[in-house]
Write a protein that binds this ligand. Sequence first.
Ligand code: ADP
Ligand code: MG
Length: 266
Amino acid sequence: MSHDDRAGPDAGAASSTPAPLLEIDNVTLQYKTSEHLVTATRQVSFKVYPSDRYILLGPSGCGKSTLLKAIGGYMAPVHGSIRLKGQTVTQPGPDRMMVFQEFDQLLPWKTVRQNVEFALHASGRLKGQEAAERAAYYIEKVGLAGFIDSYPHTLSGGMKQRVSIARGMAMEPDVLLMDEPFAALDALTRRKMQDELLRLWDDTRFTVLFVTHSIEEAIRIGNRILLLSPHPGQVKAELNSVPAGEMGTASQAQLETRINDMLFAH
Ligand code: ADP
Ligand code: MG
């Protein structure tokens, strides 16, 4: 890759490619149990740029969650490297917030507001009035202003996921890591949450790395899609999704067919 050594961080911002936010370079991830060595992903490489909606798409068991765990800093690659803003990831940090599929990510004895504030307090990000204001801001953004003092058990699955998203976003991480966050929702709610996530993105242009095994969801949510082969996950292709305006048109259908063919081709 060519590189202009004269260009400083601010030089030629309009013409040069921005630096990648996240670089996954030749990453192999393994689990060692007492009897087995399981290779979850093999030599996976990709780059995520600021404001990307980057999708990891592949069949169950191909190592998507494992990749997110490694990017989150919860496990180390046996080969290759993971860099965030040029720094090798070695441990979890508030610069990478995770949203999972399960609805029980919230502390049941804390209200919506307290759940979001707690993350800010515990990480040392913000405290007092500042934390309260930040929490309220993001709770409003996910449409839960009317439920700010409610306890999790009084909320639907979709609402709980919104709280988890608000909590992640309130930390204003460099990248939001989402592991099939809508997979356990009913079809209608899922669709609604996808649209809401896109609206939120329109508002704040956060960077998100989103895992799914749904081709439709990948095309709807993402701007870039990394296609992983079945276990152990290897990169099959990296694709551009279709622009929002082309959802429901022939180009969406064509991309779906193309991805389908690639996933099931041997
Ligand atoms: P995905 O999220 O794409 O469904 P995972 O990352 O969960 O896939 O799993 C990838 C592979 O690693 C699978 O073969 C799975 O069985 C294995 N695996 C996941 N977690 C563990 C673990 N804690 N110990 C051993 N093997 C694991
Ligand atoms: Mg998974």
